[in-house]
Design a binder for this molecule. Sequence first.
Ligand SMILES: Cc1ncc(COP(=O)(O)O)c(C=O)c1O
Length: 412
Amino acid sequence: MTASNSSTTGEDAFSSAAIEALLAPAVRRLPPPTSLSPLPYDLNAGVPDRATLPWQALAAAAQRAIEENPGVALTYGGTQGYEPLRAWIAERQAAETGVDVTSAHVTLTAGSAQGIDNVAATFLSPGDVVLCGAPTYPGAIRTFRARGATIIDVPQDDDGMVMSALERVLETRRMTGQQAKLIYCTANYDNPTGHTLPVERREALVRIAQAHGVLLLEDDAYTGIDLDGPPPRSLFSIAKGRGIMRVGTFSKTIATGLRVAWIVAQPEIVRQLVFARFDNGASPFLHRMVLEYLRGGTYDSHVAMLCDLYRERRDASAAALVEFAEPYVSFKRPAGGFYHWLKLAPGLDAQAVFEAGKRHGVAVTPGTGYFANGGGEDHIRLVFSALPPDQLRPAIAAFAEGLAEVAAAAKR
Ligand SMILES: Cc1ncc(COP(=O)(O)O)c(C=O)c1O
């Protein structure tokens, strides 16, 4: 029964239950997003360090952006976004990928999360198939599901997406006559696994996607947070920019609150992405402010400083995990990004570990939230980016006490 055909009238017609009944079915079935935790130690929310946000430089950039031309900065700026900022991004992408990227290859979005939704809005109809690593970023799962798409899992091992499995899935889809539309992949510092796809797998992924005529969506949310040097060549570079959309963001390298990000793709694709935007574009003021900040010349040194900071946190948290939690978890050190992906020892359940962590004042994330079609009961994601080393150590010690409790209960 929906609110509109219920006999209830007045305020009750708009109770939360009634509102829920009105939701689009695809949205009603979505899992909730992760959020900041009120616990003393939050190792759950994948957020950058707050103390190093470059707010003074951004404030000065905002002032310059608005004073230079207030009428233009504060008026609709078009759906593709501010051309000089697109040109700045294009220049960097061209240098990095060796592909002739121009501002026509770039469209600006409100965060890469909206970039993923823009891709989904443009290419996915209900019932279309998207292939994702299992596990994968829950925001992508929610976005594809909200658009009515079906997600098919491609298993991940310690090096990321398994190419033989991908090939098998695509071959099976081809034989049924219902080929997948899109492959979604975070090749650098995956969320939640932290894995970086080796170059041979990248080459295989591009070859397989192109052979099957399936679009690639490369999610670069953590690219730049390179803790062990630059990552291998991007999928976009290997694909020479054909049949691929590469989503990037200033969220992790400047500030998540900016909501300034981009999609790079061949112009034929960009035109369609821009056409399928229904929000009158992102903020021209923010685009000008970000460009002013970038032109200020401190961006690269800021990112280098962040890499030093996060490297120290990764290493401190890895050492604490070895010291306090090793009998209960194993993990591979990520080469970048924000996350440890902990494999629980046999007999330990992620939900029980999550509850025990809470009792000890530590928020972590059960692995189950990262699987579109089930799994993850034997994994925990632990964020190392948000807390300094002197808090990471006691947080992980407290978390390990929770692990020990769960292990003791499992033995009984
Ligand atoms: C893999 C991945 N993609 C995209 C995003 C979205 O980031 P934003 O919308 O802030 O650019 C995140 C955020 O955590 C992420 O982990």
